[in-house]
Write a protein that binds this ligand. Sequence first.
Ligand SMILES: [Mg+2]
Length: 191
Amino acid sequence: MPNCAIFLDRDGTINEDPGYLGEINKVFLLPGAGQGLSILKNEYNFKLIVISNQSGIARGLLTHNIVKSINKKINELLFHFNVQIDEFYFCPFHPDFSNEEECKCRKPSAIMVYKAAKEHNIDLTKSYFIGDMTYDIECGKNAELKTILVKTGNGKKSLKALKLQNNLPSFVAQNILDSCKFIKNDFFGAS
Ligand SMILES: [Mg+2]
């Protein structure tokens, strides 16, 4: 049977976003992230897949190994909540520093979502995207996922922008834990 997944942005959604996060001692989980991810995985049985733009690599501010060490640190912190991210996907490119072909994976493109869906046998019709940026919501919509904007990170600004664009997500949540209410109702429903 195919899996169902929660696709998640990383910085500003799971962990605090200081901008081009490159130091493991600056990795802090946001309120509700650990509990929320634990419910999504351990109670609702979703795969947890991170889809992240990491243009700090193209900019020369980060390396692939630094990004991987941050990802590892996030899973170490999540260990205390008895949950792990199944896989982290990231796009290291940026249009100012990389060619058009390379940048095709960058959110709002759904390419990383499609790659993950193939590699993890995920049914996208029963999956969700959670993020704090307008391009997270656009990425989710491009993959025809239901979308949740969290108000952590840049979420409050993004909500204003999405309202102006008349491009609202399926749900707006305070944080990942708050997202669980919507997902529970929507996924398991009353029927
Ligand atoms: Mg973010």
